[in-house]
Design a protein around this ligand. Structure first.
Ligand SMILES: [Zn+2]
Ligand SMILES: [Zn+2]
Length: 155
C-alpha cells in the first residue's frame, strides 16, 4: 500500500476505539462491514476511491457489495470519521486521517500525497464564511505534477 509523506501509521486500536465511540454517539451499530471499511480507509495513505476501498474490502469480506461500501463511506463522512478529499474531479476520494494535514494532488496521475507544513495548519477562515456556514475543515490544497509525471513529460 502506498505511503504518504507523513503517514506512517496504520489502523491501530486507539483509532478503532475512537471510531466505535463515534458510532455509538451517533446511534450506529458497529457492523463488520463498517469496521472493515473504516480500517481499510485508515490503513490507506493513497486516499482511495469507493471502488478501491471495495476492492480491498472484498479480500476480507468477499460478500460485501460496492453499494454497501458507498453507503458506509457516506456514513463515515457524516459522523466525522472520514472526509471527502476536495478537487478530485468526478470520482470521490476519501481520507480517514483527521489530523491536521494538507494535500498535494498530481493533476496527471491523480495521486494525492499528504504533506505537513506548519504555516498551513491554522488557515484563517473569513468571519463572514463561518457566520454563514458550519465550517468543518479548512485545508490547503496544492496541485501540480508529481516527480514521476514530470519525468515522463520531459522524455
Ligand atoms: Zn503524477
Ligand atoms: Zn490526506
Amino acid at each position: 500500500m502506498a505511503k504518504g509523506l507523513m503517514n506512517e501509521f496504520s489502523a491501530n486500536d486507539l483509532n478503532l476505539q475512537e471510531f466505535f465511540t463515534c458510532c455509538r454517539r451517533h446511534g450506529l451499530k458497529i457492523t463488520p462491514q463498517r469496521t472493515e471499511v473504516y480500517k481499510i480507509l485508515l490503513g490507506s495513505a493513497d486516499h482511495p476511491s469507493a471502488e478501491t476501498v471495495y476492492q480491498r474490502a472484498r479480500e476480507i469480506l468477499p460478500n460485501i457489495s460496492l453499494d454497501t461500501v458507498n453507503r458506509t463511506l457516506a456514513t463515515l463522512v457524516r459522523i466525522g470519521a472520514a472526509f471527502m478529499v476536495e478537487g478530485c474531479g468526478d470520482v470521490k476520494r476519501f481520507d480517514a486521517d483527521m489530523r491536521n494535514h494538507q494535500h498535494f494532488k498530481c493533476v496527471s496521475c491523480k495521486r494525492i500525497i499528504d504533506f505537513s507544513y506548519k504555516p498551513f495548519e491554522n488557515v484563517e477562515v473569513p468571519a463572514e464564511l463561518s457566520r454563514r456556514f458550519k465550517v468543518l475543515r479548512a485545508m490547503v490544497y496544492v496541485e501540480g505534477l508529481c516527480e514521476a509525471c514530470q519525468a515522463s513529460e520531459n522524455q
